[in-house]
Design a protein. Structure first.
Length: 139
């Protein structure tokens, strides 16, 4: 579908990402896939969304960020303390043979000498432990 002047094309719901994928059906056309951004959208189910785009092989990389609530009332949380069940997401990715990059996104800062570093270390440690747990379930 061509873009038309005067009509903004926004991706504000999970299903609208399909339009971007369909514009260029190349395997190089993949998504920067932020779990937090998708989870806070008012429509769609985060797990169905992960299933849909990982099954298509359209995830360039996955930002691990968790939130509580939906737009306009949401807040970022620690990776293990939001509405998204992160191990469930990892199981879906594994089932669909996702082998790309998983990176923490925004992390809440802790009250310490290195708040950004501590938040990032917390997220990375959680992600590593969750990945090891999933791997042990079905090697």
């Amino acid at each position: 579908m061509p873009f038309m002047r005067g009509q903004p094309r926004l991706v504000y719901q999970p299903q609208l990402y399909q339009r971007l994928i369909d514009l260029t059906p190349s395997p190089a056309n993949a998504l920067e896939f932020c779990l937090g951004s998708l989870a806070e959208m008012t429509e769609g189910d985060i797990y169905e969304t992960v299933e849909r785009y990982s099954r298509q092989g359209r995830l360039a990389y996955v930002h691990f960020r968790n939130v509580t609530g939906k737009v306009p009332r949401y807040r970022e949380t620690f990776i293990d303390d939001g509405d998204v069940d992160m191990p469930r997401v990892l199981r879906i990715l594994k089932k669909n043979k996702y082998d790309g990059v998983l990176i923490p996104d925004h992390t809440p800062q802790m009250a310490c000498a290195a708040p950004w570093h501590a938040g990032m270390a917390y997220a990375l440690g959680y992600m590593r432990a969750a990945l090891q747990m999933i791997e042990r379930e079905n090697p």
